[in-house]
Design a protein around this ligand. Structure first.
Ligand SMILES: C[S@@+](CC[C@H](N)C(=O)[O-])C[C@H]1O[C@@H](n2cnc3c(N)ncnc32)[C@H](O)[C@@H]1O
Length: 237
């Protein structure tokens, strides 16, 4: 267990997320924690492997969104791709409540949630089991002493490379230039991952153009960063 007081409830060395709850959750959304969540929750990844094939037999693809926030992107992608299994991970309970509402309102049957740290799910997934991984506007952890909390680091990049199928893709998006530089450096040095937009010199224009299938996220709309969103996309060899 860490001696960091912010980190006393989990056995990971460092938390990559902030609060797990803010304002009170509305009664209707709170009820979904008892009714809907148990039916779509992933098995506890700390107790054994998570096999996507068993979660939605017949799914044509398996996608993982790490840190889905309020779940708007997750729900929209799930609605657009009903034959794809969408796994979403998010420890912020107000975000999970919001996602449950979207899933319930839209009658989505292809979403499975883990209301906690995505890194546990990554560790529990078999090699080559995912078609896509999405990390959209992760917490920037700017201060140099906080950089080590960043979700994207050499370890997570290596695990993502392990769980992607050959030809599978990871998308990383941020509107903070220093995190884009940080992530690009780490993804580029991860064995097995190939930059789909290597460009030359400074940020290639294409990295600043949202991919056609991008869905604008709630955090993106806040425009809190210091640059227009930068889209990194890497393919598993
Ligand atoms: C800045 S928010 C962005 C949310 C959403 N992707 C969007 O663009 O609106 C980053 C989210 O990542 C979540 N997060 C951070 N570390 C995580 C982890 N290890 N596993 C899953 N989610 C994580 C945080 O709780 C937070 O909700």
């Amino acid at each position: 267990m860490s001696s960091d007081p912010d980190n006393q409830f989990i056995d990971r060395p460092l938390r990559s997320f902030g609060r797990i709850k803010s304002r009170a959750i509305k009664p209707k959304q709170a009820a979904l924690f008892d009714t809907l969540l148990p039916t779509i929750a992933l098995p506890d990844p700390k107790t054994g492997p998570v096999d996507p094939a068993a979660l939605m037999p017949g799914a044509t693809e398996v996608w993982l969104e790490i840190g889905f926030g309020g779940g708007e992107h997750l729900a929209e992608q799930a609605a657009r791709h009903p034959d794809t299994l969408m796994i979403g991970c998010e420890p912020f309970l107000n975000g999970v409540a919001s996602a449950l509402r979207h899933i319930d309102d839209r009658d989505l049957t292809n979403v499975r949630l883990h209301a906690d740290d995505a890194r546990d799910v990554l560790d529990a997934l078999p090699d080559g089991s995912l078609d896509r991984v999405m990390i959209l506007f992760p917490d920037p952890w700017h201060k140099v002493r906080h950089n080590k909390r960043r979700l994207l680091n050499d370890e997570t990049a290596a695990v993502i490379a392990r769980v992607l199928k050959p030809g599978g893709r990871v998308r990383f998006v941020t509107d903070w230039l220093d995190y884009a530089d940080w992530a690009l450096e780490r993804l580029q040095r991860t064995p097995g991952l190939v930059d789909m937009d290597p460009g030359e010199g400074d940020w290639p224009q294409r990295a600043m153009t949202p991919p056609a299938d991008h869905v604008v996220t709630r955090y993106e709309e806040k425009k809190l960063g210091d640059t227009a969103p930068i889209f990194l996309e890497f393919r598993k060899q």
